[in-house]
Design a protein around this ligand. Structure first.
Ligand SMILES: Nc1ncnc2c1ncn2[C@@H]1O[C@H](COP(=O)(O)OP(=O)(O)OP(=O)(O)O)[C@@H](O)[C@H]1O
Ligand SMILES: [Mg+2]
Length: 624
């Protein structure tokens, strides 16, 4: 047994600033909508100017009643407002409010929709890449952890980018619009406005590292708990059978406590941040109030201007605080995006390409046009397999599990692979499918190699040459029909024929009964079928695939007469004429094969007819 230090990869801890690739991902996500986004943003900005500018209008309206005295100076109204009556001012105010309202609504809806599309593009592109990652990635990353990226991390991204982002941009517009409008009302207050913005920014910068760290840490701990939960659900029957519920519950409780205490800690930081922001704003507000009194009394500004500027200062307090609080939320979305971006940029499995429909340029190899899996001319019979000098390891830091393996299989030959547990039988099949990179040597099926970067045929086309019945028959949530042909739309008659051939139902079963079964809902991983039934479905699936090579990884767990009969019939009847590789655990299966390969520690120990190999095998390794 290999014992690597830690098989499961550590969850990535992001530190410091965001990577450049993250901005590039955002840019690629928004690029198709750039014109629309700019259009709606302009509308939004005009809308905010129209709404906020009302305060200026009111100031001018107040000034239109101003009577100059020794104490109070009056301000001359701009040309276009001169001579307006109070009713005119009211009409003007109503018109700008309506315009502002309509433009703001257009902006909010438009930007939210475009933004929601943009982030869902990130999701789609991440999914396309994750499904093409090397098997070693899935070995090292628990399913729950991967799921977290596609659920809670994405949820954080969508929650902000899909809606409140428009709110956030609206706040930026408010600040810009206010800078312009305050300048028009009274440049004096620009000083206070900048001072207030500067102080709030200072508070934000002060809290930024701890806020960012707290968010990343929270995302990390949530993922650990979910991974453990998913794993426990998968192994529920084993946990109960061994009465280990308490241990799993305790472990979950501990992970959950870790997560909750981190959340509490993050909330604490956020509360302190909010408090510091409010305190700064309140202090600035007080200062502005006191100075305003002095400005009026010294006759430096008109009453209207003071009123307008003071109204803005009050408003700005809210806007600035909301802005920096939203910036915090935005950071959370960026953390989620950062975690998805990591998966999007990982190298794909050797030989895999992105479909030509993938839009983001991430440096991965990509198909240049729509190319459905190349259909190689189907052979009614088998195809030869040449394995030359094959060495393979699962990961660079792990030892070789196959070493200098040479096997040449003739077309239509039936080969049994035997060997002690851990000798490399399944690994040989994984290599045949090119699920893991091979270190040395070559594998040719029907004279062709899979393209893993150095020429050969497309990886998917290559894989379609081999049908596989795994050790634990794999079924998916969905109807039996779906499980038989997920991608192709085959006629029911063909599906029934394949089910009949494997005798899924007793011989006398009618087509109507089979039809009923085709619609039978299979549960996750085929839990509502017996192991034998699952195997039969897998065999029917392989019959439909009609590949020249069939690989059968015999299950050690279901050594019952029914299973044995199924395997024997599969090799001698269903797949007769095809090239067969059978990872055999039963003598009955092995004896009827043409040749036997005996693996020992990843090397071919013997290769020959069953009569020769089995004798020695039985006398030395009776542990099959
Ligand atoms: N995904 C993997 N990552 C790393 N090492 C692996 C992986 N799968 C198997 N191994 C290691 O490779 C070696 C060969 O395993 P393999 O599954 O090929 O054995 P096997 O002959 O099929 O055994 P069994 O009869 O129990 O199915 C073992 O030492 C095993 O620990
Ligand atoms: Mg195995």
């Amino acid at each position: 047994m290999n014992s690597p230090r830690s098989f499961t990869a550590k969850e990535t801890r992001f530190q410091g600033r965001y990577q450049k690739s993250l901005l590039n991902t955002l840019f690629q996500a928004y690029r198709p909508a750039i014109v629309g986004t700019l259009f709606f943003m302009s509308a939004g900005f005009l809308g905010r100017i129209a709404l906020l500018g009302n305060a200026n209008l009111i100031g001018y309206w107040a000034d239109s009643y101003c009577v100059a005295s020794s104490e109070i100076k009056c301000r001359a109204l701009p040309q276009f407002l001169q001579g307006l009556t109070s009713s005119d001012f009211l009409y003007l105010l109503s018109a700008t409010t309506l315009l502002g309202f309509i433009l703001t609504i257009c902006f909010r809806v438009g930007v939210s929709r475009l933004s929601a599309h943009a982030v869902s593009r990130v999701y789609d592109e991440t999914t396309v890449r994750t499904s093409r990652l090397p098997m070693s990635f899935f070995d090292q990353n628990p399913a729950g952890r991967v799921m977290t990226r596609f659920s809670s991390d994405y949820n954080n991204v969508f929650r902000i980018f899909g809606g409140p982002l428009a709110e956030f941009i609206g706040l930026i517009f408010d600040m810009l619009a206010m800078t312009i409008l305050i300048t028009i009302a009274s440049p004096w207050f620009l000083l206070f406005w900048f001072l207030q913005a500067g102080l709030n920014f200072g508070v934000y910068r002060f809290f930024l590292p701890s806020l960012r760290h707290a968010r990343r840490e929270t995302a990390l701990r949530r993922s650990a708990g979910i991974s453990h939960f998913a794993e426990s659900v998968n192994g529920a029957s084993t946990i109960r059978a061994f009465d280990r519920r308490l241990i799993f519950e305790e472990r979950f409780a501990k992970l959950n406590d870790d997560y909750l205490s981190q959340r509490q800690h993050s909330t604490g930081i956020f509360v302190r941040f909010s408090f510091a922001m409010s305190a700064t704003t309140a202090a600035m507000f007080l200062l502005t109030g006191l100075i305003s009194i002095w400005l009026v009394h010294t006759g430096r500004l008109s009453v209207g201007s003071i009123g307008v500027a003071f109204a803005y200062m009050g408003l700005s307090a809210n806007i600035l605080q909301s802005f920096f609080e939203w910036l915090g939320q935005f950071e959370e979305a960026m953390t989620g995006l950062e975690r998805m971006n990591e998966y999007m940029r990982l190298p794909l499995e050797q030989g895999a390409k992105l479909p030509f429909t993938a839009k983001f340029k991430t440096g991965h190899p990509q198909e240049t046009s729509y190319s459905p899996t190349q259909i190689l001319s189907k052979k009614q019979y088998g195809a030869p397999i040449d394995i030359d000098n094959l060495s393979m390891r699962y990961r660079d830091d792990l030892p070789l599990v196959l070493e200098k393996v040479n096997i040449n299989i003739k077309s239509g030959e039936r080969i049994a692979v035997i060997g002690k547990t851990g000798s490399g039988k399944t690994s040989l099949i994984q290599s045949l499918f090119r699920l893991y990179p091979i270190e040395h040597g070559s594998i040719k099926v029907d004279g062709v190699e899979a393209d893993t970067g150095q020429g050969g045929i497309d990886l998917n086309a290559y894989r379609s040459l081999i049908a596989y019945i795994p050790q634990d028959a794999t079924l998916f949530l969905g109807t039996l029909r779906y499980n038989l042909c997920a991608t192709e739309n085959l006629p029911d008659a063909k599906l029934i024929e394949s089910l009949r051939r494997v005798q899924f139902l007793p011989t006398e079963a009618t087509d109507a009964e089979y039809l009923h079964w085709l619609n039978y809902q299979i549960e996750e991983r085929g839990h509502n079928l017996s192991i034998g039934e699952r195997q039969l479905v897998c065999m029917a699936r392989c019959l439909l695939q009609d590949a020249p090579v069939v690989v059968l990884d015999e299950a050690t767990s279901s050594v019952d007469p029914r299973s044995e009969e199924i395997i024997t019939r599969a090799t001698e009847e269903f797949f007769i004429g095809k090239t067969q590789i059978i990872i055999a655990h039963r003598l009955s299966t092995i004896r009827s094969c043409d040749r036997v390969v005996w693996l020992q520690n990843g090397r071919v120990h013997r290769l020959g007819p069953p009569s020769q190999v089995l004798k020695e095998f039985e006398s030395t390794e009776l542990t099959i």
